[in-house]
Design a protein around this ligand. Structure first.
Ligand code: ARG
Length: 383
């Protein structure tokens, strides 16, 4: 689907992309070559990069630098509890893609490579890295918060779907997109490349793996008609490596169950399912002290984990991920590296105090390479 003539975009964000800071390039390259002796000596490479920056305001990463830089960015992502496996990140170098059609088909490929194709389920962490921003030049980007998200519709008596996506959904409808109006309609991708109006693309079914939710004991749970997608693929963060910015670099991991069960389906401003689940469980919702919310929350989270496991789709629980994160801390300490971490994001949204990550403090540091929230110029994205 093509949306012609979209022009009411706010300030052109690429104006703000400054020339690469040679100091940041050097810091990155020194570390990258130090941690990867097989790349050889860094000095000759630094000389080339300095010259490139002086001539063009930027420089071009080798595939090895880009790959390791993306892995370092994950390692430095202070909000992510799943960093134990940072070395396993699969990096797809898509810097040559130019047209919206090319970008779209590579994003479909990304979702399939991540294991989210139909009948798949072995989810692997993958990042697709598209062209770097050049100083003063426009760049491609996508407007979606994630590659797969559910539409949210405002209705007379409330809303249907994911309220978090209501604004974005309305914008897509403004471009002529029509959802079914149901609770789990996958949104189209809105892809914008330089010099062209934004285009909307419907993801093919083969790119969208979803899991219908049921419960190991409560037969009625399936009747709620809940489901969730298998691959969380963040699309609105900019990857920054050695002073170079990659504004389009969607990446995914696998889900931790509580992201779905304790946030997406539970938050009052998302699917708000706790009152419904509690009512079906027959709990006394008249008094907070019955802890009906907590009891419904646990069953909702059991349903998420059980359903994904039954469907053969990789997911992990918050206890396991917390233990892995503690192992990651130990590994990094052994390697002599600090682990920047944000307690408020690392501690799971359910049962915080019975996971080991709760009982300590973390260093908060902005280490690069890293990922940064980037809604610049995108009127409908949310971080
Ligand atoms: N919390 C987000 C969501 O529910 C996904 C964030 C990334 N999560 C991950 N497991 N890699 O959609």
């Amino acid at each position: 689907m093509i949306v012609p003539g979209y022009r009411d975009h706010p300030a052109e964000p690429w104006d703000r992309c400054a020339p690469v800071d040679p100091g940041e390039a050097e810091d990155f390259l020194r570390r990258c070559y130090l941690e990867n002796p097989r790349l050889g000596p860094v000095e000759p490479r630094l000389a080339i990069v300095r010259a490139q920056i002086a001539a063009t305001g930027s420089y071009v990463h080798t595939t090895e630098e880009l790959t390791y830089g993306a892995r370092m960015a994950w390692r430095n992502a202070s909000r992510c509890i799943g960093r134990l496996y940072w070395r396993s990140l699969v990096v797809l170098d898509r810097r040559r893609a130019r047209t919206a059609d090319e970008v779209f088909s590579l994003l479909v490929h990304h979702l399939q490579a991540a294991g989210g194709g139909r009948e798949a389920g072995r989810i692997r962490p993958v990042i697709s890295i598209f062209a770097a921003a050049q100083p003063g030049q426009p760049y491609a980007r996508i407007w979606n918060e994630q590659l797969i998200r559910y539409a949210g519709y405002r209705t007379e008596d409330g809303h249907v779907g994911d309220p978090r996506q209501a604004e974005f959904t309305a914008a897509m409808q403004g471009f002529g997109w029509q959802g079914k109006g149901e609770a789990f309609d996958v949104l189209p991708l809105a892809i914008e490349v330089p010099g062209e109006p934004v285009r909307l693309y419907e993801l093919p079914e083969r790119a969208i793996l979803e899991v219908p939710l049921s419960h190991p004991e409560y037969g009625w749970f399936a009747e709620l008609g809940l489901r969730w997608h298998a691959v969380p693929a963040i699309a609105n963060m900019r990857l920054s490596v050695g002073g170079v910015n990659y504004p389009l670099a969607p990446f995914n991991g696998w889900y931790m169950g509580s992201e779905i069960g304790a946030r997406n389906l539970a938050d009052a401003d998302r699917y708000d399912m706790l009152p419904t689940v509690a009512a079906r469980m027959g709990l006394d919702t008249g008094r907070e002290s019955t802890l009906w919310r907590d009891r419904a929350l646990v069953e909702l989270n059991r349903a998420v984990l059980w359903s994904f496991e039954k469907a053969g789709v990789k997911i992990s629980d918050h206890h396991t991920e917390s233990q892995r994160f503690i192992r990651h801390l130990a590994n990094e300490e052994k390697a002599g590296r600090p682990v920047p971490a944000d307690w408020t994001w690392i501690v799971p949204p359910v049962s915080g105090g019975i996971t080991p990550v709760f009982h300590r403090y973390y260093e908060e540091m902005d280490l690069r390479p890293n990922f940064y929230p980037d809604d610049s110029g995108c009127p409908y994205a949310k971080n």
